[in-house]
Design a protein around this ligand. Structure first.
Ligand SMILES: NC(=O)c1ccc[n+]([C@@H]2O[C@H](COP(=O)([O-])OP(=O)(O)OC[C@H]3O[C@@H](n4cnc5c(N)ncnc54)[C@H](OP(=O)(O)O)[C@@H]3O)[C@@H](O)[C@H]2O)c1
Length: 315
């Protein structure tokens, strides 16, 4: 069997593959080091360019399965891609722990006023009297209680938070006090102190956090987006932040990345911007390779694959 591997990880992976596997390497521009016309499997790597993907797809007409390392595959599922009728699996899960830790950090940073305390330190000011909160008994709403959402919930539960979640197919989940469907979470906004966006970017979720949603949030509520920037109507968010409709936001993802220099988000005092790094961890690579190797063994044995993407649903 022939498979296509990115040059970044080919050497590391080849050591774990059965001897009868023939590997064709592809670089970040889509240059292949061999004939891929009979390749069956393609494992792409992070920061995949669409031009690279298309070059691989054109070079490998027999391809059946594509594994992408990202959880969010909205950038891959173009109409042209769907037409190829490939099995697509994603890396959902590999970033869940580092992102969940980041979400806890954003919440603690907000509750404990860490940015203001740090600002005081840089100004050599010993000033008491800031209003400092606890996470205990605060309500957290996780819109999109998937892999990342569930890792957030297990950590937030340890802080004694009340946790609500939403899913497309709602069913009870451990650590959640309530799980509702995709159309029901708006009714919970008025109770939430923290709102985390954990859905994929799909046709249903694009612009989902709009002016109406922001108005339904409490003035003391804090919005955290670790999913995709386009899920939020950024213009409406800036207005809500400027007008005090919500208390603040932590944004790891924004509509245009890198965030343009002229964006008002940079200088709003109630915004914490991180450059799409909440999923970073030295363990992501190890988890990504392990997931692919497990799926590859399943593929060879004809067993069901993990993390199959429903390309019509978009995740
Ligand atoms: N910041 C980063 O570096 C980073 C890293 C990794 C991932 N991400 C983003 O985070 C997203 C989530 O990742 P994940 O691993 O948690 O994915 P996941 O396990 O697939 O979870 C997605 C969750 O969203 C729910 N959902 C889908 N559409 C919805 C809707 N319209 N309304 C409410 N809930 C909806 C799904 O419901 P069901 O359970 O019913 O299907 C599922 O529970 C990814 O798609 C990606 O865009 C960001």
């Amino acid at each position: 069997m022939k498979i296509i591997l990115p040059t970044d990880i080919a050497t590391e992976l080849e050591a774990h593959l059965p001897e009868d596997i023939v590997v064709v390497r592809v670089d970040s521009e889509g240059n292949l080091d061999g004939d891929a016309t009979d390749a069956e499997v393609y494992f792409s790597w992070f920061f995949l360019k669409l031009t690279t993907l298309h070059r691989v797809l054109e070079s490998a007409p027999q391809l059946r399965w594509h594994h992408a390392p990202n959880a969010g595959v909205n950038h891959i599922i173009t109409p042209k891609y769907i037409e190829r009728n490939l099995i697509l699996t994603n890396g959902a899960g590999v970033h869940a722990i580092p992102i969940a830790e980041f979400v806890i950090a954003y919440m603690l940073s907000h509750a404990k006023q860490l940015p203001r305390l740090h600002q005081q330190q840089t100004q050599h000011r010993w000033q008491k009297g800031l209003s400092i909160q606890e996470l205990l008994d605060k309500t957290l709403l996780i819109i999109g209680a998937g892999g990342i959402g569930q890792e957030i919930a297990s950590r937030a539960k340890a802080f004694g938070m009340r946790i609500f979640g939403s899913r497309r197919h709602p069913q009870p989940l451990s650590n959640f006090d309530k799980v509702v469907g995709a159309d029901e979470w708006k009714a919970l906004l008025g109770e939430a102190d923290y709102v985390v966006i954990g859905t994929p970017l799909t046709w249903d979720t694009k612009g989902m956090i709009d002016a109406e949603v922001l108005r339904l949030m409490r003035p003391n509520a804090y919005l955290i987006n670790i999913a995709r920037g386009a899920i939020v109507d950024e213009f409406a968010l800036i207005q809500a932040l400027q007008n005090g409709e919500i208390a603040g936001a932590a944004l790891d993802t924004v509509f245009a990345e890198p965030l343009p220099l002229e964006s008002p988000l940079w200088s709003l005092p109630n915004v914490f911007i991180t450059p799409h790094c909440s999923g970073n961890s030295p363990r992501v690579k190890e988890r990504s390779l392990a997931l692919f190797l497990d799926n590859f063994a399943r593929y060879r044995q004809g067993k069901p694959l993990r993390n199959i993407v429903d390309q019509r649903a978009g995740y």
